[in-house]
Design a protein around this ligand. Structure first.
Ligand SMILES: Nc1ncnc2c1ncn2[C@@H]1O[C@H](COP(=O)(O)OP(=O)(O)OP(=O)(O)O)[C@@H](O)[C@H]1O
Length: 300
């Protein structure tokens, strides 16, 4: 079934503050879509209006033409909203927590065990929710959002406060959710998370849409230099600076770093001079895109 989300002129103000300021974009069926921005950018407020949990001051949201604020039960059944893990019912085990949600949604009881396996919590089924680790609690909260098998899944900072290992594990799970055909909309302030997971990313700050595209296109459009790093002494600074296409050379105690917008040419020349010791090369990332858009340090 199609699940196209059209957001037009979406606005929410609190006093003088425009938390969400005239946001317009479309999320296509089956897309993994990211709302990316620093703390306070307006991601949660925007997401809650798209979910139908918060009323816009202006603008519209249409999910296959339906306004989510109208709480149409037929539409709501198609939406899965991840609650913060702090919203768990107290003192229930993971299974009981999930069973409660299954009962609320009228989902079949066998769905609970199936989901516990899917999110890798079968060993923790009897653990009280207070005893789960951060990553386990996040996975349980996502499982609760999936109990009625929704087509569209909304996740608000699903990997916040997780260690890098737990975050990567959760990325694999979220990727699987999308590959199984669901449309996924996630908010994050982790650049590398958006880069890894999202088909397209809306970069938001101060409630406004700064840019929207695939992470690769955003990075490509930046036309940022490639950074070539070599072992110290692999090439003399002056010699490197004289190579055609080299923009800048920086000598650090542990490496010599060359910036260039013509990496193929420069690498070929370095190879000709047998000066490739310790070579690594890196291009721009979404973080560079963000810095370029806002002209200031990323606040994570
Ligand atoms: N109910 C409210 N009343 C007043 N101001 C609010 C309210 N909700 C949000 N705000 C303000 O609106 C702005 C956007 O908040 P929002 O939570 O949407 O940002 P966010 O991008 O989700 O940030 P975070 O990453 O910290 O969750 C912030 O300045 C916040 O303080």
């Amino acid at each position: 079934m199609a699940a196209r989300i059209e957001v037009a002129g979406l606005t929410k103000t609190y006093g003088d503050l425009a938390a969400v300021d005239d946001l317009t974009f479309t999320v296509e069926t089956g897309e993994f879509f990211g709302l990316l921005g620093p703390n306070g950018a307006g991601k949660t407020t925007a997401l809650e209006m798209i979910e139908g949990l918060r009323k816009p001051d202006a603008g519209t949201v249409a999910i296959d033409g339906h306004d989510p604020w109208k709480r149409d039960p037929a539409l709501q059944r198609r939406l899965g909203v991840q609650l913060q893990s702090s919203a768990f019912f107290e003192r229930l085990s993971a299974r009981e927590q999930l069973s409660t949600f299954a009962a609320l949604y009228g989902a079949p009881a066998e769905r609970v065990d199936q989901l516990l396996v899917e999110v890798g919590l079968e060993d923790k089924a009897e653990s009280p929710v207070e005893k789960l680790s951060g990553g386990q609690a996040q996975r349980l909260s996502i499982a609760c959002a999936l109990v009625h098998d929704p087509e569209i899944v909304f996740l608000d900072e699903p990997t916040a406060a997780l260690d890098p290992q737990a975050r990567r594990n959760l990325w694999d799970f979220l990727e699987g959710l999308n590959e199984s055909g669901r449309t996924v909309i996630l908010t994050t302030h982790y650049m590398e998370e958006a880069e890894f997971l999202c088909d397209r990313v809306a970069i938001i700050d101060h409630g406004r849409l700064l840019k929207l595209d695939s992470p690769a296109a955003l990075v490509r459009d930046l036309d940022a230099p490639t950074r070539i790093s070599l072992a110290p002494g692999a090439i003399e600074e002056r010699e490197a600076a004289a190579i055609a296409g080299v923009d800048q050379v920086r000598v650090h105690p542990d490496r010599t770093e060359i910036s260039t917008r013509r990496p193929a040419e420069v690498l070929a020349e370095l190879a000709r001079r047998d000066a490739l010791a310790g070579l690594t090369a890196s291009g721009a990332t979404l973080e560079d895109v963000f810095l370029d858009l806002t002209g200031r340090e990323y606040r994570s």
